[in-house]
Design a protein around this ligand. Structure first.
Ligand code: MF3
Ligand code: CO
Ligand code: CO
Length: 261
């Protein structure tokens, strides 16, 4: 375990990358309409990151991932590959996960979008609970608390609502590397003794299913689906631990008054 503590110069740069990633999610909102393909969404984000932000889409070529963002709809849990034949339909729920590399540092964030106006109530609820589980965890963050409390907080909240927490993927430290120590579990496993410190930066990115927690990877080597075909939601923020508790580095405008209570 090698948790890198970031200095103020690095924090500034990571904050910049995180804001760029958040802005991609804000920018793409008006394109998420019935009839668009996930490839078209990918291309709009790619061009925005490369030509407007002058940054790099970090997933393009990462361990062979072929596209610039991940798009995961309905029963796809994460790492969905944008494709010209995958069309968004009225009633779909879709996660867009953006990771940007700018000036040597990464920022990583994702959120759910509703396609069209006819979203079933249970799907709206799934998304809301997933987002609140992330916010609940964010609200306990401060130097001195134990890392396992993040996962415990998320799991308690989510299971109380009768949804399930995916175990196979977790949050991660981030900075000069896309993924670095520590692993951030979204459920309780055991207390590994790690304590949060000033200057730590990591993601929290719970994946929550309506049905069973179990998932599998498709033959394309990336796309993760629920085994029972129930729908899944995910929200992700990159977060700095500081003397105030924490700073949500990938915060979007719409969230400014929602996260901290
Ligand atoms: N952005 C994802 C994360 O939150 C990782 C995607 S890796 C990819 O960690 F290769 F699938 F793009
Ligand atoms: Co991440
Ligand atoms: Co991500």
């Amino acid at each position: 375990m090698n948790i890198l503590i970031k200095n103020s110069k690095e924090i500034k740069k990571i904050r910049k990358s995180c804001q760029l990633a958040a802005e991609v999610l804000e920018m793409i909102d008006l394109y998420i309409v019935p009839g668009i393909s996930t490839e078209e969404i990918n291309n709009i984000c790619h061009n925005y990151i490369v030509y407007v932000q002058k940054a790099k889409p970090a997933t393009l070529g990462y361990k062979g991932f072929p596209k610039s963002i991940c798009i995961s709809k309905n029963d796809i849990v994460c790492h969905g590959i944008p494709n010209k034949n995958e069309i968004l339909y009225d009633g779909d729920i879709v996660n867009i996960d953006v990771t940007v590399l700018y000036d040597g540092y990464y920022g990583d964030t994702s959120k759910m979008f509703f396609v069209g106006e006819n979203i079933k109530d249970n799907l709206k609820k799934l998304c809301k609970i997933t987002q609140y589980s992330l916010y609940k965890a964010i609200n306990i963050l401060k130097p001195g608390i134990r890392l396992y409390l993040i996962g415990q907080t998320i799991q308690k909240y989510v299971e109380n609502k009768k949804f399930s927490v995916v175990r196979n993927y977790c949050g991660h430290g981030i900075g000069k590397n896309f993924h670095e120590d520590p692993h951030i579990l979204h459920y309780y496993d055991y207390d590994n003794g790690i304590v949060l410190q000033n200057g730590m930066i990591f993601t929290i990115e719970p994946m929550i299913n309506i049905g069973n927690k179990d998932v599998y990877v498709m033959d394309d080597g990336w796309t993760v689906r629920t085994i029972d075909k129930t729908y899944s939601a995910q929200y992700e923020h990159t977060i700095l631990i500081n003397n105030d508790g924490c700073e949500v580095l990938t915060i979007r405008q719409e969230e400014q008054n929602n996260i901290f209570k």
